[in-house]
Design a protein around this ligand. Sequence first.
Ligand code: EPU
Length: 338
Amino acid sequence: MLLQENYPLRKLNTFGMNASARWFTEANSMEDLHELFGDSRTEQRHAMILGGGSNILFTKNYDGLVIKNNLLGIEKIREDDQHYYIKSGAGEVWHAFVLHCIANNYAGIENLSLIPGSVGAGPMQNIGAYGVELKDVFHELEAFHTGEKTIRKFSHADCRFGYRESVFKRELKDQYVITSVTFRLSKTPKLNTSYGAIEKELEQMGVTEPGIASVSRAVIHIRSSKLPDPAQIGNAGSFFKNPVIGAAEHERLKKEFPEIVSYKNSDTDFKLAAGWLIEQCGWKGFRQGDAGVHKDQALVLVNYGNAKGEEIYALSQRVLDSVKAKFGVLLEREVNIV
Ligand code: EPU
């Protein structure tokens, strides 16, 4: 296949980092994947699969082969009394897929509107927002093993989903290319408006009988009001995960910081709002050069134009250190660093 050399990646990552790839190509079909990984040079060239580029920070040029996953196509593969099973190519744009589902009355995915990125990247980190995670609507996926050059089906259990986690970020990292994802969507919507902001937004919109389309619109409004649009200001959504801590530590923090924002995560642990911790350390709206912390959401680091990846990374380290010093809590980065 034709490889392009020294290929600019700026338009292919939502942080807008001005990095380049030593080699670049697109996989538009299964045949392309077979051809690419059938060639021993691909492995030697440290192939990296790129989806929508919305969860990645390039801190340097990539001295290897970047393969853009461009496997497209959406089809309804079956239905039963209650569900539609919708299969999407991994390269489809996530939000376009969500809109397709809403237009066809396939329910369950509406809360995940406007998340940047591709369908194939969704299961990698079990994307989630406003009370719904991808795992709640996931049926199965297909992935190409780059060493064996075989296709394997992964069930829900095989993916070992966790909070922004899956087997593809852990045990099977860099072994598979996700090629398609099948979702199990409902014929009768069970709206999830438990996230306070959605109900408030629907009320403001004057919606008295919400449906999947109005919930999607509400989510789009909320996201647009809080999160910077990557087309305007480079970013990769939440830079850190919300930390999960045990009950004893939660008790200690609550005593010292009664205002701390936390949620019960399970019988034994709590999730802290990392945005609150970061804001308390005085970072919200901080800017140095073109690297900054978003003015409306402290969990989001931003590139105002020409920030270097190293600058964003160094800022993330300062944020991490200060949260550790003030609260004794260690934040974990959600964004993949290259
Ligand atoms: N908060 C602050 N200051 C801030 C930001 C947040 O005090 O600067 C507090 C507020 O009390 C707020 C609470 O934190 O009520 C939660 O904030 P928000 O609703 O914005 O959600 P989040 O916990 O910061 C998570 C996800 C987002 C997802 C939203 C909505 C993670 C790492 N992030 O953010 O996902 O959109 O919930 O469900 O879990 C992403 O992963 O890239 C992402 C954007």
